[in-house]
Each structure stands twice: as structure tokens, then as C-alpha cells.
Design a binder for this molecule. Structure first.
Ligand code: GTP
Ligand code: MG
Length: 310
């Protein structure tokens, strides 16, 4: 990685941005990317879009991009996929819209493999979002994997969490059981072209009435496929951010994120997969020399402390 690529990325070059994201995804040293400008990040509104498989997350994301662009802001999207990166078609569903966005220099879209991570996000989602923030995208949409109940990771990594559910699937009951009700800042009942939307809204309203949060999560009904309700959804997303800022909660969100990123780095330093062969060799040698295991662990730890990215 060189500083010229970093400069190009900051100037808005998508290819350079993609290259740096790959570098970060591979767990490489971020110092060269952020330099001494880490303090510049934190301006972007990070919006998590989560919900069960097939609820319409990608469709909503695609339509939200249009809303964001309407306001003149640039927009970045991180879409998490369970295994291999998305094909562009799978990401946005609607091909015509997709083509619009892919040729728009103000929109950057990236898919990330979750690599077996259970939280519904790729392990490096936060650092990638930091980087997109660093590049000056004021809005970052993060779509989780549609795994249903475990994508609570998104709560600690974003400012606003939108949970998308659909009328027919009885999702609302599952959500309440899963405790995602607490994590959701906005509910989006999508596919309301189908019956059951009102019942679901009533169910949710009842469920939310039991909560004591000072932000009452609004419920927005959408037909994403036809762009219906999306403008209202975006309005609520922006209102939530205003609420966070007004009530001094944004800072708590950022601290929570900071904590989770530090945990990520500690974990990746200690369990660095790239080091495994070296570590194994050293452990086998120590075994031969009858070195106590705690001494071996201490040495490995000390070496890592000295050179975290070696
Ligand atoms: N009837 C109806 N179908 C919709 C609506 N929004 C999206 N869909 C369709 O629902 C299907 C799934 O949409 P996606 O946007 O791919 O859903 P997703 O939640 O991203 O799916 P995964 O990422 O695979 O979990 C597609 O066939 C969409 O065209 C809607 O408002 N009404
Ligand atoms: Mg999707």
C-alpha cells in the first residue's frame, strides 16, 4: 500500500477505495491508511439495514441510495454476504436501478464476505466503514446478512438500525423474542402490497409500548419495489440522527463503537491466522525444550505486542 493510493481514494477514486478496502479486509496495518488523521472520522451517518432473509433489505438499500442522492450527498454501501461477494445483480435486485447507481461517481458499493462471523456482519465492517467515513461519504448504508436473529452486531457498529420485516412471515413475534426490538431504531414493514401489514403494525406498536426507551422507534410501511414509503423512511432515519445528537447519545454510540473496534484489534492480534504456521513451529520447538506453556504464551504475547502487524 502506498500513500498515493490513499490520496486517490480520498479524492474519490473508486478503484483506489476498493483496493484499500481489500487491504483492510486482509487485516493489514491501517496506520498507513489513516496516518495521523484518525480524528477526522466520525462525521458519517452509519445506517444499519437488517432483517430476515428476503425481506427486501437490498431493495430498500437501493431505493435509499436514490433518496440520499436526491439530497446531493455522496453515499457508500457495505453489503455483507455469508460467503462469496455478491454479484451486482444479487445486491440490488432491481437491475435498472443498479445500473444507475453503478455509473454514479457519488455512490460507492462494496460487498464483504462475513467469513463465518455470526453477527451478520463481516469482521472488518467497522474499519471499512471508518475508511469510507475518512473518504468523506456522509452516509454509509450497511446491509447485514439476512440471518434472522443474530445480527445484533449491527447495533454496536452503526448510529441508526433499521429492521425490515414483512407482513406475512410472522417476523414481528420472532423479533420480540430475539430481543432485536431493543436494538431497532426504526421498523420498516416492507412488502405492504401484500396483506397483513396493518396487523403487523398493531403487533409491533403493542410490543414497542412495553419499552421504556426515550426514542420511540417509528414504524414505516413501504413497498420498496415501487419506491413507496422510502422517502418517509429516510426522513425517519435522519430524525433519529438528530435525536442522537440533540440528546448527546451520538457520543455514546461512538464510544461503544470504539470499544468494539479495540476488541476486534486485540482479538486479531492474539489470534492472527497469518501467524499460525510460525507459532506452531515455535510451540513445537518449545515442547522439545520442555519450556512451560505459560512461558511460551508470554513470549508469543510479548512478540506480538512489539510488532502487532508482523
Ligand atoms: N411484493 C414485494 N416484493 C418485494 C418488495 N421489495 C422487495 N421485494 C422482492 O423481494 C425479494 C427479495 O428482495 P431483496 O431486496 O433481495 O431482499 P433481501 O432482504 O436483501 O434478501 P437477502 O439479502 O437475500 O436476505 C426480491 O424478489 C424483491 O424484488 C415489495 O415491496 N413488495
Ligand atoms: Mg440482500
Amino acid at each position: 500500500m502506498n500513500t498515493e493510493t490513499v490520496e486517490r481514494a480520498k479524492a474519490g477514486n473508486h478503484q483506489a477505495q476498493a483496493e484499500i478496502i481489500t487491504y483492510l479486509e486482509n487485516g493489514k496495518n491501517p496506520e498507513i491508511i489513516f496516518g495521523d488523521s484518525y480524528h477526522c472520522i466520525g462525521n458519517a451517518h452509519r445506517i444499519g439495514i437488517t432483517g430476515p432473509p428476503g425481506a427486501g433489505k437490498s431493495t430498500v438499500v437501493s431505493k435509499l441510495i436514490t433518496e440520499v442522492r436526491r439530497t446531493g450527498s455522496k453515499c457508500a454501501v457495505v453489503a455483507c454476504d455469508p460467503s462469496s461477494p455478491y454479484t451486482h445483480g444479487a445486491l440490488l435486485g432491481d437491475r435498472t436501478r443498479m445500473v444507475d447507481h453503478f455509473t454514479d461517481p457519488g455512490v460507492f458499493i462494496r460487498s464483504m464476505a462475513t467469513r463465518g462471523n455470526l453477527g451478520g456482519l463481516a469482521p472488518t465492517t467497522s474499519i471499512v466503514a471508518d475508511f469510507l467515513d475518512f473518504c468523506g461519504y456522509p452516509v454509509i448504508l450497511i446491509e447485514t446478512v439476512g440471518v434472522g436473529q443474530t445480527e445484533v452486531d449491527v447495533v454496536s457498529k452503526t448510529d441508526t438500525v433499521v429492521v425490515i420485516i414483512t407482513p406475512e412471515s410472522g417476523d414481528s413475534i420472532q423479533m420480540m423474542k430475539a430481543g432485536l426490538l431493543e436494538g431497532a431504531d426504526i421498523f420498516c414493514i416492507n412488502k405492504t402490497d401484500r396483506p397483513g401489514g396493518d396487523v403487523m403494525e398493531a403487533d409491533l406498536t403493542f410490543g414497542l409500548g412495553l419499552s421504556s426507551r426515550d426514542w420511540a422507534p417509528p414504524i414505516v410501511k413501504t413497498i420498496a419495489k415501487e419506491s413507496i414509503g422510502i422517502s418517509e423512511l429516510y426522513t425517519q432515519i435522519k430524525k433519529h440522527m438528530e435525536h442522537l445528537i440533540k440528546n448527546d447519545e451520538r457520543n455514546n454510540k461512538c464510544i461503544e463503537r470504539y470499544f468494539s473496534e479495540i476488541d476486534f484489534w486485540l482479538e486479531s492480534f492474539v489470534f492472527d491466522k497469518a501467524l499460525e504456521p510460525e507459532r506452531k513451529k515455535y510451540i513445537q520447538k518449545s515442547f522439545g525444550e520442555d519450556t512451560p506453556p505459560w512461558t511460551v504464551a508470554k513470549t508469543l504475547w510479548k512478540n506480538k505486542m512489539e510488532e502487532p502487524w508482523q
